[in-house]
Design a protein around this ligand. Structure first.
Ligand code: BMA
Length: 322
């Protein structure tokens, strides 16, 4: 079930699955996305038959078909130099940083002590420079804002506390290495809500004149496993610590067979989006059932108009007290 009219699934879905990978792979899912010189790039999470994930680049002229996939893994875990990557690297998000003239990749490094947030930078998606861990375990679902906010870089991430709900947090840094001024950005809801208990960022925040648009996943635990669905949030442009609007309902959820059946059924997990400023089309790339990559399109201005029609958090708090 999804909000009618907001998202359109690409009829050729899924766009990529394990059989498209030129080498032996168990699954491909949860890809980051970037547009470079008219080409669409996906940084795929590929899981091998040991269960360990690495990242591989796929390129396409139209972002839908004709994917050219690197013949070998593009970025492998490097546990000799980065022990925190011993059990793989997963779920990347890509942000273009105009000030540094390079792409930043926030990804999950799977360490012996749990998943943590690591950063790397690249100019060509062939050579990568690791900046190392940004957040200790357990922490994942991170992405950078494309520009400094009040002079500092900002990172959205999702720490997992020892007990209680896992909320989305915001951290600031002067240099992409030292992070502080930690702020709770978006709480998971409680009780019966679709996003109760555990939420996490999807693709990197997208700048619009009305604010930073954020797509996030919410996890509902059920007797037959977890359901991963997505909702929208609008953050204040100048002070992204301020949540302006949040959708009450999820806007995108598993419904097609490739989202319901796979290694982990009932999962849609967006990590990348590409906006075409001429047509206003937004292409959203998402992992489907931890087994394939699928594409949905939306009109960016429609998403912004929809989230702006949803209650401001302070209005909801008043309504819930009744
Ligand atoms: C999350 C992450 C994702 C995965 C999802 C559903 O916790 O580990 O990589 O797609 O679970 O299994």
């Amino acid at each position: 079930m999804s909000t009618p009219g907001l998202f359109t699934r690409y009829p050729g879905n899924p766009i990529l699955s394990a059989t498209d990978i030129p080498y032996r792979a168990n699954t491909v899912f949860n890809a980051a996305a970037a547009a470079i010189d008219g080409e669409s790039i996906l940084l795929l999470r590929v899981e091998d038959l040991r269960g360990i994930s690495h990242l591989t680049v796929a390129r396409s002229d139209d972002g839908r078909t004709g994917w050219r996939i690197d013949p070998e893994p593009t970025l492998m875990p490097d546990p000799d130099h980065h022990p925190e990557e011993v059990w793989g690297i997963e779920d990347p998000r890509i942000t273009w940083l105009p000030e540094r003239d390079e792409w930043a990749i926030a990804y999950t490094a799977f360490s012996r002590r749990g998943p943590l947030v690591s950063l790397a930078v690249t100019r060509d998606f062939r050579h990568f420079q690791r900046l190392g861990p940004a957040m200790p375990p357990e922490d994942k679902d991170a992405a950078l804002f494309p520009r400094r906010i009040d002079g500092r870089w900002a990172l959205i991430h999702r720490p997992t506390p020892l007990a209680g709900p896992a909320h989305i947090w915001l951290a600031f840094s002067p240099d992409l290495r030292h992070w502080g001024d930690h702020t709770l950005l978006l709480p998971a809801r409680e009780g019966a809500w679709w996003d109760a208990g555990k939420i996490g960022l999807g693709p990197p925040p997208l700048e619009t004149p009305e604010g930073w648009l954020m797509l996030y996943h919410g996890v509902r635990s059920t007797a037959s496993g977890s359901l991963y669905r997505a909702g929208l949030v609008l953050l204040d442009l100048e002070d992204p610590r301020r949540v302006l609007h949040r959708t009450d309902e999820w806007v995108f959820g598993p419904q097609e067979s490739y989202e319901q059946t796979g290694d982990v059924g009932g999962v849609v997990f967006p990590c990348g989006w590409i906006h075409d400023p001429i047509t206003d089309e937004l292409r959203i790339y998402y992992g489907a059932a931890d087994s394939a990559i699928a594409l949905a399109t939306a009109t960016l201005s429609d998403l912004v108009a929809y989230v702006r029609s949803c209650p401001r958090p302070e209005q909801r708090r008043v309504a819930e007290r009744r």
